[in-house]
Each structure stands twice: as structure tokens, then as C-alpha cells.
Design a binder for this molecule. Sequence first.
Ligand SMILES: NC(=[NH2+])NCCC[C@H](N)C(=O)O
Length: 310
Amino acid sequence: MTLALDIPLNDSQFSAQRKSEVLVEALPWIRRFQGHTVVVKYGGNAMVDPGLQQAFADDIVFMASVGIRPIVVHGGGPQINAMLAESATPMEFRNGLRVTSPEVMEVVRMVLVGQVGRQLVNRINAYAPLAAGMSGEDSGLLSARKSRVIVDGEQIDMGLVGDIVDVNIDLMTSMLDRGQIPVIAPVSPEVDAAGHPTGQVLNVNADTAATAIAQALRAEKLVMLTNVAGIYGTWPDPHTLISEVSASDLRAMIPRLGEGMRPKGQALLDAIDGGVSSAAIVDGRIEHALLLEIFTTKGVGTMARSDDYV
Ligand SMILES: NC(=[NH2+])NCCC[C@H](N)C(=O)O
């Protein structure tokens, strides 16, 4: 790389030029997403490693600072497992899956709402008091129904686990309008067929909760942090990471994806089918993966886009 006069650059000039390129690359994306809602699923390693936690909080504050409206939905699997073991909560397994008994649900709620959510709010708010942690129970943010889990054609009772059936859009919108960053634990009140709360709370998978919230708000983008690099190609190219894929190509690819990848591919597709323009899986083990996905042209991980994406 050279200056205009073809004079070779010394190291510090070279790195200054690299930095300016990075900043300039971000400009069209800042303009593209300004004023738009981006839902981010926070999970995996990013949630347990202090350095990655801080980098994630930085990225969310960065987004909010340039006028993007981020919403964070978090999981807490590793922390929940640790607390279940520590508290010696009795557990039952069916078909290899943990049943969410009322006792387990108490621990889930305590850890998600009282621990994981609090830590992230604390890190974000070290910059400015923007983040507001809430569970699906607060102000009726989320409503859920029990999931129907079918194994080998038979319905099995997995206890207090649910799927979101309703999102309080007005609440989310007014928070975003005020510049707040909702940090959501997807613990949700159960509602009956008429939409009335039954008094029970259900645990909702954070991936599906993030997808449901992104759909309800017609978010511009959904980004999911996971512990994989992204979606890999199918035959004849199974070792190449797919950087970008259209919804129809992804749909065609899903039956041929590996067991682990298929639900992730499906989550991206569900978001797009529900009206979200683009959805990405990024590697949460990489520091600032979120920043890199949103503010660079090639991003990181795998992005799926609607067929009419512009
Ligand atoms: N994995 C990818 N190919 N990402 C492309 C990202 C492009 C742009 N920064 C966006 O967020 O929409």
C-alpha cells in the first residue's frame, strides 16, 4: 500500500490507513441500520467468558450510540446447569431431555432474570443507563403456550417449556423510542386459548424467543451468537463457510444440513419468513463478532437474506 506519491508507508502509517479503511467501511452500514431495530440473541461462550461479555456489551452500546435500536434476548444454559447442580435440584429426564419441573423452573427464572440478565445490564450501563433488564413476565412482555414435543409420533410432556404466542409490541416500541435497550430473559407467562394468563410461567428457548420478537417487531435484522463459525456448505463443498445465502437457497439446503446445523438454518429461515429482512448466525467465541457482522461488508458467520433484499 502506498501514499499518493508512491512513497512506501512505514508501519504506523500502514496501520493508520487500515484503521481508516475499517471506519470508512462502517459508514454505509451505520446509515443502513440507523433508526432500525436489530434483535440480538446472546448465548454460548460469549455469555460466560468475562472478556467476551465485555466485548458484547461494548458492541451493543456502539450500536445504540449510532442510532440503531438493539434488543437483546439472552439464554443461560451453562449458568442454569451450574445452579441446578449446586442446589442439588431433583431432575427428571425424558428422551434424553431435561424435564422442566416447577422446581427446575424456579432455578431457571432465578438464574436468567437474577443473574445472567443483571450481569449484562450492569456491563452496558457502565457507559450510560440505557439497558433495562426484563423477563417476559414484566408488563406482559411475552405470552407463551406449552410446547408440543413429539418424539416418534408420540407427544411427550417436557414440563414447563413453551413457545411464544404474543409479544407486547407497544411496550417494546416505546422503550426503543426512549432510547432504552431491552435485555430480555425469555421466561414467559403461560396464557390459555383465550389469551388469559394461567398463573404459570414457562421457559422459552432463547433462539426461538429472539426469532419471535424479531418477527413481531418486523426487525431489520436478527443476529444470533453461537459457538459455531456459521453454516457450512453441503455437498460438494462441505468445508466452506457460507457467508451469505438467499432464503430460497437456504430453504433448499436445509434438508441436507447436518443435525446440529439444521435448527440454526431453520431459525434464520423462520425469521425471514416472518418478515425480518436478514438474519445471521455469528461466532460468539470471536471478540466483537456482533460489531464485525453489522459494520463490515462481508460480516462474520452466515447471513441469510430475504429474496427481495435490497
Ligand atoms: N455474514 C455476512 N455475509 N454478513 C454480511 C453483513 C453485511 C452487513 N454488515 C449487514 O449487517 O447486513
